[in-house]
Design a protein around this ligand. Structure first.
Ligand code: BTN
Length: 317
């Protein structure tokens, strides 16, 4: 399947004969494999008499060799997985001596996890689904603001594409205007007082062009009109993450706070913060040194933090 996918990834027509010859199989075997691409991976394969077969749209496949030498830390690349975060957590449980840091990525997630129990849509070879597993030394304090540090890294990597309206939304959404481009989900493994690891999950909508989601979304391809090389994107992300993490472990999120606030789309805006049924409205002042949200209400500054909080603009903002 991998070889066939590579041949078709350019989105151009290829005759059944050509594919059969290149793969060393019969035309009917080619046809069966094409059917599997559609049935198992959800790819749209078009067949036109006299021209052959093509994918409805070109795809950028992950290249283990190229990534392996560029990411700086070992990589586990899977074709399909339920969730790269779950895979990383399983790996930590099953083989506690796994050498860390470790990257886990996949062409497709069948049960991608988002914040607050949401699903993260992860179609085959469209977007980037990646988890970085890091050991945590020095206790819980070192994790303060870590998800915002990751937000700075994702923002840096995406700045390369020069998208007007690209920015961050507390705590760690990456948006273009009000449309979601990327999300970040941190999950902990182990005991914070003892041996512990953090799984940093990042999803970036790279090449997705169609999806029914319950929130406004966009992708790099949608914004730029270009097919995005996902290997290049992951390498850029890895470079930005390594540099931001180095700063974070050395000096804490505080050293990245100005950069985060400069990228924050809702600085100074009137917003509503929700947690379950609870809501409070105020003006967004920014974040503190630990990444907590600073909200001005009735002349006082309130500090809010917690994984279940979500922020939206107030109607009159
Ligand atoms: C969000 O809801 O904004 C966070 C989305 C995080 C998605 C990424 S994709 C890679 C990693 N694996 C998962 O299952 N989730 C994260």
């Amino acid at each position: 399947m991998k070889a066939l996918l590579n041949l078709l990834s350019d989105g151009a027509f290829h005759s059944g004969e050509e594919l059969g010859e290149l793969l060393g199989v019969s035309r009917s075997a080619v046809w069966k494999r094409l059917k599997r691409l559609a049935d198992e991976l959800g790819l749209e394969v078009q067949a036109v008499r006299g021209r052959g077969y093509r994918l409805a749209s070109a795809i950028s496949l992950l290249d283990e060799r190229r990534l392996g030498s560029a990411l700086g830390w070992p990589l586990r690349l899977l074709s399909q997985v339920d969730s790269t975060n779950l895979e990383a957590l399983r790996q930590l449980s099953a083989a506690p001596s796994t050498s860390l840091p470790l990257w886990v990525t996949a062409e497709q997630q069948t049960a991608g996890r988002g914040r607050r129990g949401r699903a993260w849509l992860s179609p085959f070879a469209q977007n980037l689904y990646v988890s970085l597993v890091l050991p945590v030394d020095g206790g819980a304090r070192r994790l303060d603001g870590l998800s915002l540090t990751v937000g700075v890294a994702v923002h840096r990597a995406l700045s390369h594409y020069r998208l007007p309206g690209l920015g961050l939304k507390w705590p760690n959404d990456v948006l273009v205007g009000n449309r979601k481009l990327a999300g970040i989900l941190l999950e902990l493994h182990g005991d914070l007082a003892d041996k512990c690891a953090v799984v940093i999950g990042i999803g970036i909508n790279a090449n997705m062009l169609a999806a029914e989601l319950d929130q406004p979304w966009t992708s790099l391809r949608q914004e730029t009109g270009q097919l995005i090389d996902r290997n290049e994107l992951l390498i850029r992300l890895a470079e930005a993450l390594r540099s931001c993490l180095e700063t974070h472990w050395r000096s804490g999120f505080e050293a990245l706070r100005d950069e985060w606030q400069a990228a924050h789309l809702w600085q100074g805006r009137q917003a509503v913060l929700s947690s379950g049924e609870r809501r409070c409205e105020g003006r967004v002042l920014g974040v503190d040194a630990g990444g907590a949200l600073l909200l001005e209400r009735e002349g006082a500054v309130e500090v809010h933090s917690g994984g279940e909080l979500s922020l939206r603009l107030a109607d009159d903002s």
